[in-house]
Design a binder for this molecule. Structure first.
Ligand SMILES: Cc1ncc(COP(=O)(O)O)c(C=O)c1O
Length: 442
């Protein structure tokens, strides 16, 4: 089985895919939103094949999960080896070596040259949930602060700090009642209508001058949680000054800084962790997505003195199972051996340069931004300002029909997040398809 490019043999969804989708829609939860009618049956590297024989090139990596591409042979081998040894060790009551081996590796790789501890989870939301709980267990303060337009997940703690849109929040109030929100530096659409750097970071001033003086006493704030680059919010990269000031504010008031690297982690941005771009050393870091090659896994890693909760304060039966941990160890090995962080940086530059050329031809491309292989394209209408959400949605569907998987983010952006193994040839194929779609749509 090998693929050399996208191949559409029947208009998708073909008969087999359409039948499955019909069955799915009768029995699976209606809360699931699917961006394209893709039925994944087989996959390898950059490609996913549906049951009708259509082959799609994956430029979203299932939201930054398949960083090594699908079914990397080294990870498949590690999983198979472990299946022959032991599949489950009750992580509440017993010990297993892969948990410790992985912990030693990942704690050395995450930002901050200090002693750390790790808590394993099964998803990004659970990692955020664990981070929130460990922060509160540590400093016993009531409040938490999040940023507007952030995505941290869907469990009750995580959704309480998720502000990308109201859909996930409607009907679930009261949320975790201690959350407050401040603006994120989304400079392309500044809430204060200012330009960086002459704005003096009005958004940060809101935190210090409004939030801390009129709404929340800072000494009652347990944590501030942020994505170093907003993912689902539209691949938004703040200026470095934002992080320097935030770290200083947190230190001044004894507030814990939680960096949610669920989407940005594992080389995606051209550094192992996005915080490294900004010299940020968070107190707690959350991980998932690319962690174990698509197996359900995640973690919250904290300074050792921060993760000081009591025995029994937080646990999970399936957390850090041996098969998952062996897959996770193999993921780290492959990232290192195949120099995927370097490739992400290099291919990201190539991708953005080529997109710049496309932008000259198509002014509907309002903004191109991102780091490494986490690249956002924001579409705008003819007025050169308002968000072209409909165009973005049509583009995703048109690309799908031509065998390219794209994912949306924010109001009118698409996120280009191909596997970190991507090469120039595949970027060229993807951009040609995007250009063909724009020709049809604009
Ligand atoms: C930054 C961030 N945090 C948390 C989550 C939640 O992860 P999960 O869907 O695994 O619960 C996501 C998912 O998109 C994410 O992007």
């Amino acid at each position: 089985m090998s693929y050399s490019g996208p191949k559409i043999v029947v208009t998708p969804p073909g008969p087999k895919a359409a039948k499955l989708i019909e069955q799915d829609e009768k029995i699976l939860s209606g809360s699931l939103t699917r961006s394209s009618p893709l039925v994944g049956e087989k996959a390898l590297g950059m490609y996913i094949e549906d049951p009708d024989g259509n082959v799609f090139m994956d430029f979203g990596s299932g939201i930054a999960v398949t960083a090594l591409g699908h079914r990397h042979p080294a990870v498949v081998k590690a999983i198979k080896n472990q299946l022959d040894k032991i599949i489950f060790v009750n992580s509440l009551d017993y010990y297993s070596a892969p948990q410790v081996e992985y912990a030693e590796k990942i704690c050395a790789l995450t930002p901050g040259d200090f002693e750390k501890r790790i808590f394993y989870t099964n998803s990004g939301s659970e990692s955020v949930e664990a981070a929130i709980k460990m922060a509160k267990a540590h400093n016993r303060r009531p409040y938490g602060i999040g940023f507007i337009n952030s995505f941290h997940g869907r469990t009750m703690g995580a959704i309480s700090f998720t502000t990308t849109n109201v859909v996930g929040r409607r009907g679930f109030a009261p949320m975790y009642p201690i959350g407050q929100f401040v603006p994120y530096p989304y400079c392309y659409r500044c809430m204060f209508n200012r330009k960086y750097p002459s704005c003096g970071m009005e958004c940060m001033n809101y935190l210090t001058d409004i939030m801390f003086k009129k709404i929340l006493p800072p000494d009652e704030v347990s944590f501030i949680i942020l994505e170093p680059i907003q993912g689902s919010g539209g691949y938004i990269v703040p200026p470095k000054e934002f992080f320097t000031r935030l770290r200083k504010i947190c230190d001044e008031h004894g507030i814990l800084l939680i960096a949610d690297e669920v989407q940005t982690g594992f080389g995606r941005t051209g550094k192992m962790f996005a915080c490294e771009h900004f010299g940020l050393e968070p107190d707690i870091i959350t991980l998932s997505k690319a962690f174990a090659h698509g197996l359900p896994a995640g973690a919250a890693i904290a300074k050792a003195e921060v993760m000081d909760w009591d025995p029994g304060a937080h646990e999970g039966t399936l957390n850090g199972g041996p098969v998952i941990m062996e897959a996770a160890k193999a993921v780290l090995r492959v990232i290192d051996e195949e120099k995927l962080v370097e490739n992400a940086a290099k291919m990201g530059t190539y991708l953005k340069t080529k997109l710049g050329v496309l932008q000259q031809k198509y002014p509907v491309i309002g903004d191109i931004r991102g780091l490494g292989l986490m690249v956002g394209i924001e579409f705008i209408n003819d007025d050169k300002k308002t968000a072209a959400a409909e165009l973005r949605d049509k583009l995703i569907q048109a690309a799908f029909q031509k065998g390219l998987l794209l994912l949306g983010a924010g109001v009118s952006s698409i996120r280009l997040a191909p596997p970190l193994i991507v090469k120039e040839r595949e970027i060229d194929i993807a951009l040609n398809i995007i250009e063909d779609c724009l020709k049809e749509l604009v």
